[in-house]
Design a protein around this ligand. Sequence first.
Ligand SMILES: [Mn+2]
Length: 317
Amino acid sequence: MNYDIIGDIHGHAEKLANLLGYCKNKNGDWHHSERQVIFLGDFIDRGQHQLETVKIARDMVEAGAALAILGNHELNAIAWHTPHPKRKGEFLRPHPPHQSGDKNRDQHQAFLNEVEHLHDTHKDIIEWFQTLPLWLDLPGIRVVHACWHQQYMDFLKPHLAPDGTIPQALLHDVTNEPDSVAEDAAMPSLFEAVETLCKGIEIALPTGHFFLDKDGVKRTNTRVRWWDKSALTYRQAAILPDEAERERLPDSPIPEQARLNFPIDKPLFFGHYWMTGSPSQLSENVACLDYSAGKGGDLVAYRWDGEATLDNSKFIF
Ligand SMILES: [Mn+2]
């Protein structure tokens, strides 16, 4: 099977419909005997067409024309909608009041605006999100929303359903940080493992160090280029919104646990990182397909035809 792999849509059904135009067969639909679409998650939040985006993707998945995985925004939506098992009237993700300026509500508001008064529709969409696996390891390629972390995946596997989805009984533990750290610190918590797959690796900068983000806000944590084995120091590994800030970072080694050493022995695709500029591969067999469709950028796909080495001419946008 060959795949058209599509990055984070964030409620921009109009960009999705446009991009899918390139993926149609001769009959004008998306059914191919030899191709499928793969959605990398983050269908919702931000854009003006939340329900339409989910409907297009879901219809394709249910018709067998596409596969899809879970993004951090779908996981948040599940936690927002799921009652807390112990605290009556509360949810796994707290519901701050409207106009409170709370970032968790603000980033989910575009979705809530479309579903809040459609209880059955909201419930139905959340149930569909719960059918999405955290990653797919397919013949020829791997896909995950933010970070392929083999050790954490091996740790998670016995806890997940056989299809890689998160069982209902596990939702509390994967969406809430544990109160105490496990005795065996070599093992992540369920929360940390799932967060890493859906949001990537973030590390604290050494004491006293910081960079300024695009809004001029001082940041003391940084996301790291986990896919790049040559990125060994903070200055090399940091993912920065403004490259001019790189020299400010220390050239000292990042912690061992932030350096992944599993072999990337087949093409690996992920989204999540709000890339900008012209879509291109990150290494010979690694590509991020999130080019900020949720913030005015292009929705990007990669047309994969079985190649072991990616080709920059196969990005579609
Ligand atoms: Mn994301």
